[in-house]
Structure formats: C-alpha cells, structure tokens
Design a protein around this ligand. Structure first.
Ligand SMILES: Nc1ncnc2c1ncn2[C@@H]1O[C@H](COP(=O)(O)OP(=O)(O)OP(=O)(O)O)[C@@H](O)[C@H]1O
Ligand SMILES: [Mg+2]
Length: 331
C-alpha cells in the first residue's frame, strides 16, 4: 500500500525564555496508508498534539516535511487540498461557534471552500450529521443545548462533511463519560470503514487506541521511541517506556507483569543526554558503558516495527562509546 500521509524528519521547536528552545517534536517520521489508522501515544508533553497540528498545517515545522499522496502538504496548500485533512479535537465546544446553530458549523467548511450551493451544502451537512448518528433536526440547536457526546458527534460531522482522506483526532474521547466514550469509539470505527478514512489517532487511552488503530507509535519527549503493529505492540512491547505505559493499564499490563514508571517526566526544555528516557529507565543497567546516558539511540526498523533503544542492539559495548551529542541521529 502506498502512503497517504508521509511525515519525514518533522521537528517543531518553540522559543522559550532566556534564549532556550522547547524541542516539542524532534525528527518524527512515519507514514499512514490510505484507509489506515495510526495511534500516537505518550505522556503529557511528549509532543503528540504538536505533531498533529504540524501535520494539519496549523503549526509550521522547524524542519522536515509532510506529504499527502506524495505532494507537500501544509499551510501553503490550497484550501481545497487542505480540506482533505481534517482535525477533531478533544473539546468539541472549541470547534463549534457557541452563537450559531450547530448545523451552521457543519456547513461552514463547505461555505469557506465555496463548495456547491446553499441547498447542496445543507444536504451534505444533514447527511454528515445522519452518518454521525444525529437527527438532522438537531442542526437548529446551539452547542450548549447538546450533550457532550452529541457535540463531539457534530464536530466529527463537521470534519466528515469535507469528505477528507485523513482525519486527525486529538484525544477525541478524553472529555467524555466512559459510556459515551465507547459509543464515539464505535462511531469512529464505523465511519472509517464506511468512508475509507485514514486516522491519526492521538490518545492517552491505550485501550481505545488498541480498538481503533492497526499501528501504534509511542512518543517520548518529542521523539518516536517505538512503532509497531497493534498486535505486536500490545503483546510484546519492546521499549522499556512502552512497557511502562502498558503496565499502567490494568487490563493490558497485568498479563505482561510490567513495572510502572518512577520519577516525573523530564522537560523538553532540558531533555536528558543520550536516550531521553534513561533517567527513568528500569533497564538502563543492562546496557554497559553508560551508553544510555551518552548516546542517542537511533530509531531502527525491524520488519513492520521500529525501535529506538540500546537494549535492542544486544547491549554490546562499543569500542569507542560516543560522546554526548555525537551520533545524534533523529529517531
Ligand atoms: N505554542 C507553544 N509554545 C511553547 N511551547 C509549546 C507550545 N505548544 C506546545 N509546547 C510545548 O511542547 C511540548 C509538547 O506539547 P504537546 O501539546 O504537543 O504535548 P502532548 O503530547 O499533546 O501533551 P498532552 O498529552 O498533555 O496533550 C510541551 O512541553 C509543551 O509545553
Ligand atoms: Mg495534546
């Protein structure tokens, strides 16, 4: 399958106080095939939303590029091209105008594109609402008159009405009650199948990612540390950080007998030397010569999966361990 979305060496850095830089995203590369779904997971501040925003063209990358069907994609792309990638956020209320009936918000992207007539736009908005399990009569209501689940359905309809190829979902279920969450997850799975959509699915919720996505990428302090097909990642996570994330999910972690994480995450303002995870890594003592604290591991591909960990190299000591900062290939 050829890639619908290809992200190549994406870096996003923000200027911070005292001339320092926040390395929010560093050298992130992955691809999503047409109709595929990739889950992007990791702790708060690992750079998931910044990656999502950069792909959607809402944030200019500092380095790297985003290709959609092989063509550069970003802020500079024509509006009609940008419609092919839609974003759904955690907080549907934020993407719906509180002063307008929700039907207006669903039609708005089509109006901005100058697509069709008022009549055809309305018909498409009704069809999108219907596909999202909402009675089109609700289109006359205001966002505050709907439940959280209904608002999220409207936000999904607003994305769907553009007939996108890729939908980027940033924590689409995090603000919802557990029962509503399951309904929205089911809806997202149905819509994907029905319309052949590809998803980039950003979430803290590994159980939801396992349900929705065939592939998962794990981010730590701006870098992808592991990427693998769902079955592989959940059955035999290889990176110690992935193992710790899974350990924190009772229904996933209990069978794998994994230890939860110690220490707070480091700051992207001052990422640790070498492997950024090393101060928290329960397995760094298995790698000799302090390699984990000295040398940035490279994300290496193994078949369908990729891993950035010195343990994977068999923990063989190198003749000349690299100095800090050298060999800083992007993961
Ligand atoms: N506009 C900005 N200016 C400065 N720093 C930013 C900006 N946006 C994000 N950051 C920083 O970049 C890092 C990554 O943030 P991001 O929101 O991408 O993380 P995240 O993985 O989505 O976290 P969460 O799970 O909490 O949503 C954080 O340290 C954040 O403070
Ligand atoms: Mg986020």
């Amino acid at each position: 399958m050829s890639a619908l979305l290809a992200v190549e060496g994406l870096c996003v850095r923000f200027a911070a106080r005292e001339g320092r830089m926040v390395h929010a995203v560093e050298g992130v590369s992955f691809s999503i095939p047409s109709g595929g779904a990739l889950g992007l997971v990791g702790e708060s501040g690992s750079g998931k939303s910044t990656t999502a925003r950069a792909i959607a063209g809402l944030q200019a990358p500092s380095e790297g590029r985003v290709l959609l069907d092989g063509e550069p994609f970003g802020r500079q792309s024509a509006r009609s091209a940008r419609a092919r990638v839609q974003l759904v956020f955690q907080d549907a209320q934020g993407s719906l105008d509180p002063r307008r009936p929700v039907g207006w918000s669903v039609e708005e992207p089509l109006a901005l594109q100058g697509s069709g007539t008022a009549k055809t736009r309305r018909a498409r908005a009704f069809a999108a609402l219907d596909a999202c399990g909402l009675d089109p009569k609700l289109s006359l209501r205001y966002p505050h008159e709907l439940s959280g689940g209904q608002r999220q359905r409207v936000a999904i309809a607003r994305a769907l009405v553009c007939e996108p190829q890729l939908v980027i979902l940033d924590e689409p279920t995090s603000a919802l009650d557990v029962s509503v969450r399951a309904q929205i997850v089911n809806l997202l799975c149905d819509l994907r199948q029905r319309f052949g959509l590809a998803y980039l699915f950003v979430s803290h919720d590994l159980a939801v990612v396992r349900r929705v996505c065939e592939e998962v990428a794990v981010m730590y302090l701006g870098r992808i540390v592991e990427r693998a097909p769902r079955s592989e990642l959940f059955a035999s996570p290889r990176h110690p950080y992935t193992q710790a994330l899974l350990a924190a999910v009772p229904e996933i972690g209990r069978d794998l007998a994994l230890a939860p994480l110690a220490l707070d995450p480091a700051s992207p303002l001052a990422p640790p030397s070498g492997c950024a995870f090393h101060p928290r890594c329960p397995r760094r003592s298995e790698v000799p010569a302090q390699r984990c604290s000295l040398e940035l591991p490279i994300l290496q591909t193994h078949g369908d999966a990729a891993l950035s960990c010195h343990l994977a190299a068999g923990a063989v000591p190198r003749a000349h361990p690299a100095a800090p900062g050298s060999g800083a290939s992007r993961g």
